[in-house]
Design a protein around this ligand. Structure first.
Ligand SMILES: Nc1ncnc2c1ncn2[C@@H]1O[C@H](COP(=O)(O)OP(=O)(O)O)[C@@H](O)[C@H]1O
Ligand SMILES: C=C(OP(=O)(O)O)C(=O)O
Length: 391
Protein backbone atom coordinates (compact mmCIF):
# COMPACT_ATOMS: atom_id res chain seq x y z
CA UNK A 1 0.00 0.00 0.00
CA UNK A 2 1.16 3.52 -0.55
CA UNK A 3 2.32 5.66 2.29
CA UNK A 4 -0.14 6.68 4.95
CA UNK A 5 1.22 10.12 5.60
CA UNK A 6 1.16 11.47 9.09
CA UNK A 7 1.78 15.11 9.57
CA UNK A 8 4.54 16.54 11.69
CA UNK A 9 4.28 18.16 15.08
CA UNK A 10 3.56 21.63 13.74
CA UNK A 11 0.90 23.57 15.62
CA UNK A 12 -2.43 22.89 14.01
CA UNK A 13 -4.75 25.59 12.81
CA UNK A 14 -8.20 25.60 14.42
CA UNK A 15 -7.04 22.82 16.73
CA UNK A 16 -7.22 20.25 13.93
CA UNK A 17 -4.02 18.27 13.77
CA UNK A 18 -4.51 16.63 10.44
CA UNK A 19 -6.39 17.92 7.48
CA UNK A 20 -8.32 14.82 6.57
CA UNK A 21 -9.76 16.31 3.44
CA UNK A 22 -6.47 15.70 1.63
CA UNK A 23 -6.09 12.34 -0.04
CA UNK A 24 -3.24 10.69 1.86
CA UNK A 25 -2.59 8.12 -0.85
CA UNK A 26 -0.91 8.82 -4.13
CA UNK A 27 -3.04 6.39 -6.09
CA UNK A 28 -6.32 7.72 -7.40
CA UNK A 29 -7.79 4.45 -8.64
CA UNK A 30 -7.74 0.87 -7.46
CA UNK A 31 -5.69 -0.08 -10.51
CA UNK A 32 -3.04 2.37 -9.43
CA UNK A 33 -3.08 0.90 -5.93
CA UNK A 34 -2.63 -2.55 -7.42
CA UNK A 35 0.19 -1.40 -9.65
CA UNK A 36 1.92 0.02 -6.57
CA UNK A 37 1.48 -3.34 -4.90
CA UNK A 38 3.00 -5.06 -7.89
CA UNK A 39 6.12 -2.97 -7.54
CA UNK A 40 6.50 -4.03 -3.95
CA UNK A 41 6.17 -7.74 -4.44
CA UNK A 42 8.26 -10.02 -6.53
CA UNK A 43 6.12 -12.85 -7.82
CA UNK A 44 6.51 -16.25 -6.26
CA UNK A 45 3.91 -17.88 -8.42
CA UNK A 46 5.02 -16.36 -11.69
CA UNK A 47 2.60 -15.37 -14.35
CA UNK A 48 3.30 -16.91 -17.72
CA UNK A 49 1.06 -14.68 -19.71
CA UNK A 50 -0.06 -11.39 -18.22
CA UNK A 51 -3.17 -11.40 -20.38
CA UNK A 52 -4.55 -14.44 -18.61
CA UNK A 53 -3.57 -13.56 -15.10
CA UNK A 54 -5.94 -15.76 -13.15
CA UNK A 55 -5.31 -19.16 -14.74
CA UNK A 56 -1.74 -18.35 -15.50
CA UNK A 57 -1.01 -17.96 -11.83
CA UNK A 58 -1.00 -21.75 -11.81
CA UNK A 59 1.51 -21.77 -14.63
CA UNK A 60 4.09 -24.48 -14.40
CA UNK A 61 7.57 -23.42 -13.51
CA UNK A 62 10.56 -25.45 -12.48
CA UNK A 63 11.07 -25.85 -8.75
CA UNK A 64 14.48 -24.26 -9.14
CA UNK A 65 13.02 -21.21 -10.89
CA UNK A 66 10.29 -20.85 -8.31
CA UNK A 67 12.76 -20.99 -5.43
CA UNK A 68 14.96 -18.40 -7.11
CA UNK A 69 12.05 -15.99 -7.42
CA UNK A 70 10.96 -16.71 -3.89
CA UNK A 71 14.42 -15.90 -2.57
CA UNK A 72 14.54 -12.67 -4.55
CA UNK A 73 11.24 -11.68 -3.06
CA UNK A 74 12.34 -12.55 0.44
CA UNK A 75 15.55 -10.62 0.06
CA UNK A 76 13.56 -7.54 -0.96
CA UNK A 77 11.22 -7.96 1.96
CA UNK A 78 14.11 -8.42 4.31
CA UNK A 79 15.88 -5.29 3.20
CA UNK A 80 12.71 -3.27 3.71
CA UNK A 81 12.28 -4.05 7.36
CA UNK A 82 14.58 -2.82 10.01
CA UNK A 83 14.24 -4.36 13.42
CA UNK A 84 15.56 -1.94 15.93
CA UNK A 85 14.89 -3.80 19.11
CA UNK A 86 13.69 -7.29 19.70
CA UNK A 87 12.50 -9.17 22.76
CA UNK A 88 14.48 -12.01 24.12
CA UNK A 89 13.16 -15.47 23.39
CA UNK A 90 11.27 -17.21 26.11
CA UNK A 91 13.21 -20.33 27.00
CA UNK A 92 11.70 -23.58 28.07
CA UNK A 93 14.19 -24.00 30.92
CA UNK A 94 15.63 -20.57 31.62
CA UNK A 95 18.71 -20.58 33.86
CA UNK A 96 17.50 -20.15 37.43
CA UNK A 97 19.64 -17.14 38.27
CA UNK A 98 18.79 -15.25 35.15
CA UNK A 99 15.57 -13.30 34.89
CA UNK A 100 14.34 -13.63 31.34
CA UNK A 101 14.82 -10.27 29.68
CA UNK A 102 11.64 -8.55 28.81
CA UNK A 103 10.48 -5.94 26.45
CA UNK A 104 10.93 -4.38 23.38
CA UNK A 105 10.19 -4.76 19.83
CA UNK A 106 10.06 -1.95 17.38
CA UNK A 107 9.66 -2.73 13.76
CA UNK A 108 9.87 0.06 11.28
CA UNK A 109 8.40 -0.75 7.92
CA UNK A 110 10.00 2.00 5.90
CA UNK A 111 7.87 1.73 2.85
CA UNK A 112 4.50 2.20 4.42
CA UNK A 113 5.76 4.65 6.96
CA UNK A 114 4.37 2.76 9.89
CA UNK A 115 6.22 3.06 13.13
CA UNK A 116 5.64 0.89 16.14
CA UNK A 117 7.06 2.15 19.37
CA UNK A 118 6.63 0.10 22.46
CA UNK A 119 7.05 1.30 25.97
CA UNK A 120 6.97 -0.70 29.12
CA UNK A 121 5.48 1.82 31.45
CA UNK A 122 2.92 4.51 31.15
CA UNK A 123 5.42 6.97 32.64
CA UNK A 124 7.80 6.18 29.83
CA UNK A 125 5.04 6.83 27.37
CA UNK A 126 4.51 10.20 28.99
CA UNK A 127 8.20 11.02 28.77
CA UNK A 128 8.20 10.22 25.08
CA UNK A 129 4.91 11.79 24.32
CA UNK A 130 6.41 15.05 23.14
CA UNK A 131 8.27 13.20 20.46
CA UNK A 132 5.66 10.76 19.33
CA UNK A 133 2.17 11.70 20.33
CA UNK A 134 0.13 13.48 22.90
CA UNK A 135 -1.77 11.28 25.28
CA UNK A 136 -5.51 11.65 25.09
CA UNK A 137 -7.06 12.59 28.40
CA UNK A 138 -9.21 9.49 28.69
CA UNK A 139 -6.06 7.36 28.74
CA UNK A 140 -4.65 9.19 31.71
CA UNK A 141 -3.91 6.60 34.33
CA UNK A 142 -1.33 3.91 34.75
CA UNK A 143 -2.48 0.68 33.16
CA UNK A 144 -1.44 -2.49 34.85
CA UNK A 145 0.01 -5.27 32.79
CA UNK A 146 -3.37 -6.94 32.46
CA UNK A 147 -5.21 -3.77 31.54
CA UNK A 148 -4.82 -3.36 27.85
CA UNK A 149 -5.73 0.03 26.55
CA UNK A 150 -5.83 0.79 22.92
CA UNK A 151 -6.76 4.08 21.43
CA UNK A 152 -7.08 5.05 17.82
CA UNK A 153 -6.68 8.74 17.20
CA UNK A 154 -7.95 8.79 13.68
CA UNK A 155 -7.65 12.48 12.97
CA UNK A 156 -3.91 12.33 13.48
CA UNK A 157 -3.60 8.76 12.22
CA UNK A 158 -1.66 7.77 15.28
CA UNK A 159 -2.37 4.92 17.59
CA UNK A 160 -1.36 4.27 21.15
CA UNK A 161 -1.26 0.72 22.47
CA UNK A 162 -0.63 0.40 26.14
CA UNK A 163 -0.13 -2.61 28.34
CA UNK A 164 0.58 -5.24 25.71
CA UNK A 165 3.12 -6.12 23.08
CA UNK A 166 0.81 -8.56 21.33
CA UNK A 167 1.53 -8.00 17.65
CA UNK A 168 -2.13 -8.70 16.84
CA UNK A 169 -2.94 -5.39 18.50
CA UNK A 170 -0.71 -3.58 16.02
CA UNK A 171 -2.14 -5.25 12.95
CA UNK A 172 -5.71 -4.86 14.13
CA UNK A 173 -4.88 -1.26 14.99
CA UNK A 174 -3.92 -0.56 11.41
CA UNK A 175 -6.97 -2.48 10.28
CA UNK A 176 -9.05 -0.10 12.38
CA UNK A 177 -7.47 2.77 10.50
CA UNK A 178 -8.45 1.08 7.24
CA UNK A 179 -12.05 0.75 8.46
CA UNK A 180 -11.96 4.51 8.83
CA UNK A 181 -10.22 5.37 5.56
CA UNK A 182 -11.68 2.90 3.09
CA UNK A 183 -15.43 3.62 3.36
CA UNK A 184 -14.63 7.23 2.57
CA UNK A 185 -13.44 5.95 -0.80
CA UNK A 186 -16.46 3.69 -1.29
CA UNK A 187 -14.37 0.65 -0.46
CA UNK A 188 -15.43 -2.01 2.00
CA UNK A 189 -12.89 -3.35 4.47
CA UNK A 190 -13.33 -7.02 5.35
CA UNK A 191 -12.20 -9.19 8.24
CA UNK A 192 -11.89 -12.22 6.04
CA UNK A 193 -9.46 -14.53 4.37
CA UNK A 194 -9.56 -15.05 0.60
CA UNK A 195 -8.29 -17.61 -1.82
CA UNK A 196 -8.77 -18.35 -5.48
CA UNK A 197 -9.31 -21.58 -7.42
CA UNK A 198 -8.09 -22.59 -10.85
CA UNK A 199 -11.17 -21.10 -12.48
CA UNK A 200 -10.39 -17.71 -10.94
CA UNK A 201 -13.20 -18.32 -8.48
CA UNK A 202 -12.50 -16.32 -5.35
CA UNK A 203 -13.81 -17.57 -2.02
CA UNK A 204 -14.13 -15.25 0.89
CA UNK A 205 -14.10 -16.66 4.45
CA UNK A 206 -15.61 -14.49 7.15
CA UNK A 207 -15.18 -15.40 10.78
CA UNK A 208 -14.11 -14.06 14.10
CA UNK A 209 -10.75 -14.87 15.59
CA UNK A 210 -10.04 -18.59 15.80
CA UNK A 211 -12.77 -19.75 13.45
CA UNK A 212 -10.30 -20.96 10.81
CA UNK A 213 -9.75 -18.13 8.33
CA UNK A 214 -5.99 -18.66 8.18
CA UNK A 215 -6.12 -22.44 8.39
CA UNK A 216 -8.79 -23.00 5.77
CA UNK A 217 -7.66 -20.38 3.28
CA UNK A 218 -4.15 -21.83 3.25
CA UNK A 219 -5.14 -24.61 0.92
CA UNK A 220 -2.62 -26.37 -1.25
CA UNK A 221 -5.13 -26.56 -4.10
CA UNK A 222 -5.95 -22.88 -4.17
CA UNK A 223 -4.04 -19.62 -4.39
CA UNK A 224 -3.87 -17.69 -1.15
CA UNK A 225 -4.78 -14.02 -1.53
CA UNK A 226 -4.67 -13.28 2.17
CA UNK A 227 -5.54 -14.71 5.57
CA UNK A 228 -7.17 -11.88 7.47
CA UNK A 229 -7.59 -8.28 6.25
CA UNK A 230 -8.87 -7.24 2.84
CA UNK A 231 -10.79 -4.60 1.07
CA UNK A 232 -13.44 -5.04 -1.58
CA UNK A 233 -13.90 -2.35 -4.19
CA UNK A 234 -15.80 -2.27 -7.44
CA UNK A 235 -12.73 -3.80 -9.06
CA UNK A 236 -12.46 -6.82 -6.79
CA UNK A 237 -10.66 -7.68 -3.61
CA UNK A 238 -7.21 -6.84 -2.38
CA UNK A 239 -5.18 -7.81 0.64
CA UNK A 240 -4.24 -5.06 3.06
CA UNK A 241 -1.32 -6.93 4.58
CA UNK A 242 1.87 -8.45 3.25
CA UNK A 243 1.88 -11.54 5.38
CA UNK A 244 -0.03 -13.98 7.54
CA UNK A 245 -0.53 -14.22 11.27
CA UNK A 246 -1.20 -17.85 12.01
CA UNK A 247 -2.09 -19.46 15.28
CA UNK A 248 0.36 -22.20 16.00
CA UNK A 249 -1.03 -23.95 19.04
CA UNK A 250 -1.07 -27.65 18.24
CA UNK A 251 0.49 -27.04 14.83
CA UNK A 252 1.78 -30.15 13.10
CA UNK A 253 3.27 -30.76 9.70
CA UNK A 254 0.56 -33.28 8.91
CA UNK A 255 -2.40 -31.08 9.84
CA UNK A 256 -1.24 -27.78 8.34
CA UNK A 257 1.71 -28.49 6.04
CA UNK A 258 1.85 -25.11 4.27
CA UNK A 259 1.86 -23.12 7.51
CA UNK A 260 4.39 -25.53 9.01
CA UNK A 261 6.64 -25.20 5.97
CA UNK A 262 6.31 -21.42 5.89
CA UNK A 263 7.52 -21.24 9.49
CA UNK A 264 10.23 -23.80 8.87
CA UNK A 265 11.40 -21.91 5.82
CA UNK A 266 11.60 -18.60 7.64
CA UNK A 267 13.29 -19.96 10.72
CA UNK A 268 15.45 -22.63 9.16
CA UNK A 269 18.94 -22.26 7.86
CA UNK A 270 18.54 -19.80 5.08
CA UNK A 271 20.61 -19.97 1.93
CA UNK A 272 20.56 -16.23 1.31
CA UNK A 273 23.83 -14.48 1.98
CA UNK A 274 23.12 -10.96 3.12
CA UNK A 275 25.79 -8.41 3.85
CA UNK A 276 23.97 -6.84 6.71
CA UNK A 277 24.83 -6.09 10.26
CA UNK A 278 22.24 -6.51 12.99
CA UNK A 279 22.74 -4.62 16.15
CA UNK A 280 20.73 -6.87 18.40
CA UNK A 281 20.22 -10.53 18.72
CA UNK A 282 16.92 -11.29 17.16
CA UNK A 283 14.39 -13.42 18.89
CA UNK A 284 13.94 -15.83 16.12
CA UNK A 285 16.31 -18.62 16.00
CA UNK A 286 17.35 -21.80 14.28
CA UNK A 287 19.48 -20.05 11.74
CA UNK A 288 23.12 -19.83 12.75
CA UNK A 289 23.88 -17.44 9.93
CA UNK A 290 22.11 -14.26 9.03
CA UNK A 291 18.47 -14.77 8.27
CA UNK A 292 17.30 -15.03 11.79
CA UNK A 293 14.02 -13.29 11.88
CA UNK A 294 12.19 -13.80 8.67
CA UNK A 295 9.42 -15.42 10.64
CA UNK A 296 8.41 -14.05 14.00
CA UNK A 297 7.14 -16.54 16.55
CA UNK A 298 5.27 -15.08 19.47
CA UNK A 299 4.55 -16.61 22.87
CA UNK A 300 5.89 -19.99 21.92
CA UNK A 301 8.10 -22.19 24.08
CA UNK A 302 11.23 -23.76 22.69
CA UNK A 303 14.05 -25.90 23.89
CA UNK A 304 17.18 -23.87 24.54
CA UNK A 305 19.56 -26.51 23.26
CA UNK A 306 17.82 -28.12 20.33
CA UNK A 307 15.84 -24.98 19.55
CA UNK A 308 12.89 -27.14 18.71
CA UNK A 309 9.58 -25.40 19.26
CA UNK A 310 6.95 -27.17 21.32
CA UNK A 311 3.77 -26.16 19.53
CA UNK A 312 1.66 -28.01 22.04
CA UNK A 313 2.83 -25.84 24.94
CA UNK A 314 0.23 -23.25 25.93
CA UNK A 315 1.88 -22.21 29.16
CA UNK A 316 2.16 -18.57 28.07
CA UNK A 317 -1.10 -18.46 26.19
CA UNK A 318 -3.31 -20.53 23.91
CA UNK A 319 -2.84 -17.75 21.37
CA UNK A 320 0.65 -18.57 20.13
CA UNK A 321 1.45 -16.99 16.77
CA UNK A 322 3.67 -17.04 13.75
CA UNK A 323 3.97 -14.07 11.40
CA UNK A 324 5.43 -14.78 8.00
CA UNK A 325 5.51 -13.03 4.64
CA UNK A 326 2.75 -14.33 2.39
CA UNK A 327 5.27 -15.43 -0.22
CA UNK A 328 6.40 -18.17 2.16
CA UNK A 329 3.20 -19.93 1.17
CA UNK A 330 4.06 -21.54 -2.17
CA UNK A 331 0.57 -20.93 -3.54
CA UNK A 332 0.42 -17.26 -2.66
CA UNK A 333 -1.26 -15.07 -5.24
CA UNK A 334 1.13 -12.20 -5.84
CA UNK A 335 0.02 -9.45 -6.08
CA UNK A 336 -2.59 -10.32 -3.50
CA UNK A 337 -5.61 -9.22 -5.48
CA UNK A 338 -8.51 -11.02 -7.09
CA UNK A 339 -11.81 -10.47 -8.88
CA UNK A 340 -15.17 -10.30 -7.10
CA UNK A 341 -15.73 -13.31 -4.85
CA UNK A 342 -17.87 -16.12 -6.19
CA UNK A 343 -18.49 -17.79 -2.84
CA UNK A 344 -18.83 -16.28 0.60
CA UNK A 345 -18.35 -18.60 3.56
CA UNK A 346 -19.28 -17.68 7.10
CA UNK A 347 -17.13 -19.72 9.47
CA UNK A 348 -18.95 -20.52 12.70
CA UNK A 349 -16.58 -22.96 14.40
CA UNK A 350 -19.62 -24.56 15.96
CA UNK A 351 -18.13 -26.83 18.58
CA UNK A 352 -21.58 -27.57 20.08
CA UNK A 353 -23.11 -28.96 16.93
CA UNK A 354 -25.98 -26.48 17.02
CA UNK A 355 -25.63 -25.75 13.32
CA UNK A 356 -25.44 -28.33 10.56
CA UNK A 357 -21.84 -28.86 9.39
CA UNK A 358 -22.58 -27.01 6.16
CA UNK A 359 -25.59 -24.83 5.36
CA UNK A 360 -26.34 -23.11 2.09
CA UNK A 361 -27.94 -19.78 2.89
CA UNK A 362 -30.17 -17.44 0.98
CA UNK A 363 -29.15 -13.83 0.70
CA UNK A 364 -31.39 -12.84 3.60
CA UNK A 365 -30.11 -15.69 5.77
CA UNK A 366 -26.54 -14.76 4.93
CA UNK A 367 -27.19 -11.20 6.01
CA UNK A 368 -28.77 -12.41 9.24
CA UNK A 369 -25.92 -14.76 10.10
CA UNK A 370 -23.28 -12.22 9.16
CA UNK A 371 -24.83 -9.67 11.52
CA UNK A 372 -25.48 -12.15 14.33
CA UNK A 373 -21.88 -13.40 14.00
CA UNK A 374 -22.48 -16.68 15.79
CA UNK A 375 -19.32 -18.54 16.74
CA UNK A 376 -18.44 -21.00 19.46
CA UNK A 377 -15.63 -19.66 21.57
CA UNK A 378 -14.63 -23.11 22.76
CA UNK A 379 -11.19 -23.34 21.31
CA UNK A 380 -10.93 -19.77 20.20
CA UNK A 381 -8.31 -17.53 21.76
CA UNK A 382 -11.08 -15.02 22.38
CA UNK A 383 -12.14 -16.80 25.55
CA UNK A 384 -8.63 -17.08 26.90
CA UNK A 385 -7.80 -14.93 29.87
CA UNK A 386 -4.16 -14.90 28.80
CA UNK A 387 -4.82 -14.12 25.21
CA UNK A 388 -2.47 -11.19 25.19
CA UNK A 389 0.37 -12.69 27.25
CA UNK A 390 1.96 -9.77 28.99
CA UNK A 391 5.62 -8.98 28.45
N1 LIG B 1 -11.56 -28.12 11.30
C1 LIG B 1 -10.79 -27.07 11.55
N2 LIG B 1 -10.81 -26.02 10.71
C2 LIG B 1 -10.06 -24.94 10.95
N3 LIG B 1 -9.23 -24.80 12.02
C3 LIG B 1 -9.16 -25.83 12.88
C4 LIG B 1 -9.94 -26.99 12.69
N4 LIG B 1 -9.67 -27.82 13.72
C5 LIG B 1 -8.78 -27.19 14.50
N5 LIG B 1 -8.44 -26.00 14.01
C6 LIG B 1 -7.51 -25.08 14.64
O1 LIG B 1 -8.24 -23.91 14.97
C7 LIG B 1 -7.40 -22.76 14.81
C8 LIG B 1 -8.03 -21.85 13.78
O2 LIG B 1 -7.30 -20.66 13.80
P1 LIG B 1 -7.09 -19.70 12.57
O3 LIG B 1 -7.15 -20.45 11.29
O4 LIG B 1 -5.85 -18.88 12.85
O5 LIG B 1 -8.38 -18.78 12.74
P2 LIG B 1 -8.55 -17.28 12.27
O6 LIG B 1 -7.60 -17.01 11.14
O7 LIG B 1 -10.01 -17.22 11.86
O8 LIG B 1 -8.28 -16.43 13.47
C9 LIG B 1 -6.05 -23.25 14.36
O9 LIG B 1 -5.20 -23.36 15.49
C10 LIG B 1 -6.36 -24.63 13.75
O10 LIG B 1 -5.26 -25.50 13.84
C1 LIG C 1 -4.94 -11.18 15.32
C2 LIG C 1 -6.18 -11.48 15.56
O1 LIG C 1 -7.01 -11.89 14.53
P1 LIG C 1 -7.16 -13.38 14.01
O2 LIG C 1 -7.24 -14.25 15.23
O3 LIG C 1 -8.38 -13.34 13.20
O4 LIG C 1 -5.89 -13.68 13.24
C3 LIG C 1 -6.75 -11.36 16.88
O5 LIG C 1 -7.99 -11.39 16.97
O6 LIG C 1 -6.01 -11.22 17.87
Amino acid sequence: MPKIQTHGREKPENGICHNDSELPVKAKTIDEVHSLQKKRSAPTTPIKDGAQQGNAAFATISEEGRQKLQLQSIRKQFLRTRILEAPEPRLKNPPAAEEPKKNKKIIVEDEIDVKYKSFKKFDTVKEHSDHYFSIPEHLDGVPSCREIKVSAITLRKEMVILGTQYAGEMKKGLFGVMHYLMPKRNILSLHSSNNMGKDVDVALFFGLSGTGKTTLSTDHNRLLIGDDEHYWSENGISNIEGGCYAKCIGLTKEKEPDIWNAIKFGTGKCPIKLDMHFELEPFIFFCPNVCKFLVVLENIIFDEHTRAVDYSDNSITENTRASYPIEYIPNAKIPCVGPHPKNVILLACDAFGVLPPVSKLTLAQTMYHFISGYIALVHSPLHQAHRYACP
